[in-house]
Design a protein around this ligand. Structure first.
Ligand code: 5XR
Ligand code: SF4
Length: 355
């Protein structure tokens, strides 16, 4: 804001804390003038940004109506995207919404690759659009079909449970899918004491602790780069500033981080917990996007991100501008070849049948 504003000679101090008014007449004038100037600048830039965003959001909504499209946004999307979406949720809520959609011709999936793929698998008659082709979940790339086959041959007759954070070809190789919201129920429902679960190792260990079953992670080292950023030390510091706060942690975080939590769960479970809890302050250990939804749903409660840098760059590739272009040009269409889709669909449907 001040970088291109060169103060006049003798007035340099006015922007320094504690913003004292210079004593001489000339100084006072400079101060007042600069305040007005800064206010106008602030106003103009706020107006420009908001005006642009509002216009863009309006155009998206118009285009959406013209094209009979539905916009689904993940909890980790930017606030302005969540605000124009028809539905905001976690991967299972959005997949179910996509599966059940009857009227829309187009589904714009503002999230990452595997979620749009699941929508295309579950509702193949719809045109599913992923606004940005590069929005790919690195964790989903960590489990290859070869690795699954290798693990299966090492552990014959052991059921394979795959996190939805996998590509369609991997899902086609598994018995049942799960999300972070239902992994414990899915593994409990499987008729075996030992299961293979991938790609997230922290989630596999969490499920093992919760179910008492042996959960073998595939691959050995799968992880979410964003959730690994959380450290229990950050929670300690925040807790010392807000001793009354309840700590919510995602199961993709390390066990040390999970131990620092009063509650471990997926984003949809966090949303429920925050609503129902008596606590009015929360420290949140998951991607920062969910704070927008938490604050919107609980305006009287306070939410602090456990670590400022917990941003998924892939999720954040989606912007209003890109959604507009995606809808206008009807790109990028996500399709899954039917021989793969039909196996992956079965694994997803088994998960849905559980609830
Ligand atoms: O809801 C969550 O907990 C986040 C979720 C999902 O199920 O949507 O697990 N997102 C995935 O991208 C994993 C995130 O780290
Ligand atoms: Fe993938 Fe982690 Fe981003 Fe979720 S938050 S999309 S698991 S990288």
């Amino acid at each position: 804001m001040t970088s291109d504003h060169v103060p006049e000679k003798g007035c340099e101090t006015i922007l320094e804390p504690p913003f004292l008014v210079p004593a001489d007449q000339n100084g006072k004038f400079c101060f007042a003038a600069k305040c007005i100037y800064l206010c106008i600048r602030l106003e103009a830039s706020t107006f420009r940004v908001e005006g642009g965003t509002v216009a863009l959001a309006d155009n998206i909504l118009k285009l959406k109506a013209e094209k009979n499209a539905l916009i689904l946004a993940h909890n980790y999307q930017r606030p302005e995207i969540q605000d124009i979406a028809d539905y905001v949720g976690d991967s299972i809520e959005l997949s179910r919404r996509a599966m059940e959609e009857k009227d829309a011709r187009i589904i714009v999936f503002s999230a990452v690759d595997f979620m749009a793929e699941s929508a295309a698998i579950l509702n193949p008659k719809k045109k599913v659009l992923l606004p940005v082709l590069g929005a790919r979940c690195p964790m989903a790339q960590m489990l290859t079909v070869e690795e699954i086959k290798r693990s299966k041959s090492q552990h014959p007759r052991t059921p394979v449970v795959l996190y939805v954070n996998t590509l369609a070809a991997a899902k086609a190789e598994c018995d049942i899918c799960c999300t972070s919201a239902n992994a414990v129920e899915v593994v409990s429902s499987v008729d075996a004491d030992t299961v293979l679960l991938g790609p997230d190792r922290n989630l596999a260990e969490y499920v093992q602790r919760k179910t008492g079953k042996t959960v073998i992670p595939i691959p050995e080292w799968g992880f979410c780069p964003t959730h690994l950023l959380f450290q229990p030390e950050d929670v300690q510091i925040l807790k010392s500033q807000h001793p009354e706060a309840a700590v919510m942690v995602h199961p993709e975080c390390t066990f040390e981080m999970q131990k620092a939590g009063d509650f471990v769960g997926s984003t949809s479970q966090m949303c429920r917990y925050a609503k129902e809890s008596k606590a009015t302050t929360f420290i949140v250990g998951t991607e920062e996007g969910v704070l927008h939804r938490l604050r919107k749903d609980n305006p009287a409660k306070k939410f602090f991100l456990a670590y400022d840098g917990a941003v998924c760059p892939n999720m954040k590739l989606n912007t209003l501008e890109r959604i507009y272009v995606s809808l206008k040009e009807e790109k990028h269409v996500v399709t899954v070849p039917e021989p793969i889709a039909k196996h992956a669909r079965k694994a997803l449907q088994r998960m849905f049948e559980l609830k």
